[in-house]
Design a protein around this ligand. Structure first.
Ligand SMILES: [Zn+2]
Length: 293
């Protein structure tokens, strides 16, 4: 019996110790796993923190980039657009340049500007320097309305008939008067009577603009005659010659502006016409008709 008891006791002890080992193992494995899990969580937290840190680090970088962007873009934005470039113009559609010489006139030019503004149309004003005096506000208004202010000499002399000193003053004088108002270089000139020769061309450093449709408005001084002259002859790429110092010419233009637009013509400045038809105006050529290529 004693022997049986001893064996039973041993068996109990063995069983207990095995259970202990198992329990120990279970405990320790759990502990390890817990440790492992918590380490993983910690690691995850660290990763999350790292991500957060990186994110917060990134944010200012992004902000810096955002603030840096206008700086890098600024020169492009501030750089003057190509002379005559205008996003409102459709290069595929017909366009003509209305040009008005010999002004400005306090009596008639503002009436023309009213019409141009009303129809969102633009023209080129070949100004005589001596007529700018006292009419600076008109020139400023024309320029700010998107029109081109160009050179038609100081006193409307025939450039081929004056001495070199006069020639230079006639050209430079008007350029300076216009620049004082617009703060921009004058980019085109129309010599009075379209009169130039090789000697005159040596003193001219801007593109020379002539015309392709002469209304002879100065001669007829008749509203209907001016209107018909344009309506019967106009075509895509024309440079139309009129004078904003004559009331009949301005009255004709006031009627022609909406009529031309109804025919599908965009009314653009001479530099705009030059840009979209020839890639820009250059010194040397004398520009008249500028049809599509
Ligand atoms: Zn003239």
């Amino acid at each position: 019996m004693k022997k049986r008891l001893v064996i039973l006791l041993i068996a109990i002890l063995v069983a207990l110790s095995v259970e202990g080992v198992v329990l120990y193992r279970i405990y320790h494995v759990n502990e390890k796993e817990q440790k492992k899990t918590s380490t993983e969580i910690k690691n995850n937290e660290e990763t999350t923190e790292q991500i957060l840190e990186e994110t917060t680090e990134e944010e200012p970088t992004t902000e810096e980039e955002t603030t840096a962007e206008p700086e890098t873009q600024a020169p492009e934005t501030q750089a003057p657009a190509q002379q005559g470039e205008n996003p409102n113009i459709d290069p595929t559609k017909p366009m003509i340049a209305l040009t008005f010489d010999d002004g400005p006139s306090a009596k008639t030019t503002p009436i023309l500007l009213d019409a141009l503004e009303q129809y969102d149309a633009h023209a080129t004003f070949f100004c005589v320097g001596q007529n700018i005096d006292g009419n600076e506000d008109i020139v400023r208004r024309a320029y700010q309305g998107g029109n081109e202010i160009a050179n038609h000499t100081m006193t409307h002399v025939q450039l081929t008939k004056v001495d070199p000193a006069t020639l230079e003053n006639e050209i430079i004088g008007t350029e300076n008067k216009i620049k004082a108002i617009t703060n921009q270089q004058v980019v085109t000139i129309r010599p009075p009577y379209g009169s130039v020769n090789d000697e005159v061309m040596q003193y001219i450093h801007t593109p020379v603009i002539l015309w392709s449709l002469d209304t002879l408005d100065w001669k007829t001084r008749n509203v209907q005659s001016n209107i018909e002259s344009v309506q019967q002859n106009v075509s895509d790429g024309d440079i139309i010659l009129m004078h904003d110092i004559h009331p009949e010419s301005v009255e004709a233009a006031v009627q022609l502006i909406p009529w031309l637009q109804q025919q599908g013509y965009q009314l653009v400045t001479i530099s705009e016409l030059g840009y979209y038809r020839r890639g820009g105006l250059t010194e040397g050529p004398r520009y008249g008709y500028l049809p599509p290529n």
